[in-house]
Design a protein around this ligand. Sequence first.
Ligand SMILES: Cc1cc2nc3c(=O)[nH]c(=O)nc-3n(C[C@H](O)[C@H](O)[C@H](O)COP(=O)(O)OP(=O)(O)OC[C@H]3O[C@@H](n4cnc5c(N)ncnc54)[C@H](O)[C@@H]3O)c2cc1C
Length: 523
Amino acid sequence: MAVARARFDAIVVGGGHNGLVCATLLARGGRRVLLLEAAAEIGGAARTREFAPGFRVSGAAHFLHQLPAALAGELGLDRHGLELAAAALPTTALDAAGAPLELGDLATLRSISPADADAWPGVIARFGRFARLLYHVLDAPPPRLGSGATADALALARLGLRLRLLGRRDMREFLRIIGMNAYDLVTDEFATPLLRGALAFDAVLGTNFGPRAPGTVLTFLYRLALQSAAGPAQLALPRGGMGAVAAALGRAAAAAGVSIRTAAPVARLRVGNDRVDGVVLESGEELDAGVVVSGVDPRRTFLSLLGAEHLDTGFVRRVDHFRCRGVAAKLHLALDRAPAFRGLGARAAAGRLLVAPTPDYVERAFNASKYGEWSPAPALEVSVPTLHDPSLAPAGCHVLSAIVQYAPYVAERGWATQRGPFLDAVLGVLEAHAPGLRGSVRAAELLVPEDLEREFGSGGGHWHHGDLAFDQFYLVRPVPGATQHATPMAGLYLCGAGAHPGGGVAGLAGRNAARRVLAEAAA
Ligand SMILES: Cc1cc2nc3c(=O)[nH]c(=O)nc-3n(C[C@H](O)[C@H](O)[C@H](O)COP(=O)(O)OP(=O)(O)OC[C@H]3O[C@@H](n4cnc5c(N)ncnc54)[C@H](O)[C@@H]3O)c2cc1C
């Protein structure tokens, strides 16, 4: 007698944080949900891993600063065991040739540039208003263009109204700057090189752009929008690393009734009666589902898991042209003592440190990656999490974690020979700011985008699973025909960072996708 196959209302493919959020909310919405993760552990790019014996680190994402407080509350992450080792961390811009500058330290800024100190509060408040406007765009599935549905028309009208409510001056300024590049904006607003460099780097962190690229004000405001929703604890270090966020999300999912299977890579999405009706695992096992929600990047979802034969040629072309190659690398150092960054007090040293002394420095660092080369003088975002969370390293030892830009996805001369020289260059930059650091390194690991893709299953090793650019944003993200979390294939939805609104450990793509699936079923 044939045994009936298990059937789920929804199968979520990929246990990155977005897949976990989506699965939890679907289960809370009354669906029978199965989440399938290819790796042995859930979390995707939000994972903690041991990179040298006894040394653990947040393997890709390292700061928790984009998860909206309301969503964390809705998911009950505190209740499910998420603890912060540190919150409200300061950001300090380092200068190899001079004194560092903590962002928001107006007394120090005044000693460098009284005009910048006077301007800072007003400029930051204005950026904050723009970021909050943008947050409304990020916080819900985008409306469908031309659908004729009242809900879609109202959503667009609300956006127009919110823009109008900014007031005449702000509205004009928002419209003036939103398509600009971050380089021009920060040099218009401030004179202090360190301040300009830090803000320009923030605008391009995780993107495939230099600060002179148009659209980098959008990516800057995207970052600020998520940070503004993250609440006062923003810029936090989870105790136990980013894997602690994934673990809490996993517990929330299990409590909601989600079945989670790890080490269960999906080989393909099964199509029957012109809709996705299940999945086939690499093991050959088949599972039936009412809908499948993919947290895997759009390119692999459509071209590998579904297959171009199920899609029209124009759509396949658009997916093929979706730009999704990461340029951020990740450095992990096992240190036998805490690094001594020049000019930093204990509080600043344990915070977020930036090596991006001027916007030109960041732009030059980017230039190399355009031609398949790594940056000889890269821009860095550095953290020493063990200063707050000693559990990550053996007693007395430390871990340094840094995002390194830029490292092309495909290295012209091949990563096999280029990883070593690149690591040496990054260590050289760090040594210039923390003399003696090289001598304290017990083990080092530099993960370039192709390593990040392999280790964490994130498409292209890209922070957002695909560039966050005007032609891949909001109403057209990831590509026309697959927007609003739905796809041209009935029964298939997208919930990963490649869907609206984009990446960062924010959970909004997963939350928005769940809303869309639940709304569709209710309609
Ligand atoms: C170097 C780097 C540093 C970053 N730093 C930060 C930071 O400090 N703060 C921050 O907020 N964000 C940061 N980010 C961005 C953030 O990590 C990502 O945007 C976010 O983790 C994406 O989550 P996701 O759930 O959409 O996808 P992912 O985390 O990429 O998860 C996708 C999941 O799908 C699984 N999968 C893939 N294929 C299959 C398959 N066939 N079957 C089953 N499962 C599959 C993968 O194994 C993976 O678990 C960083 C990103 C990078 C690359």
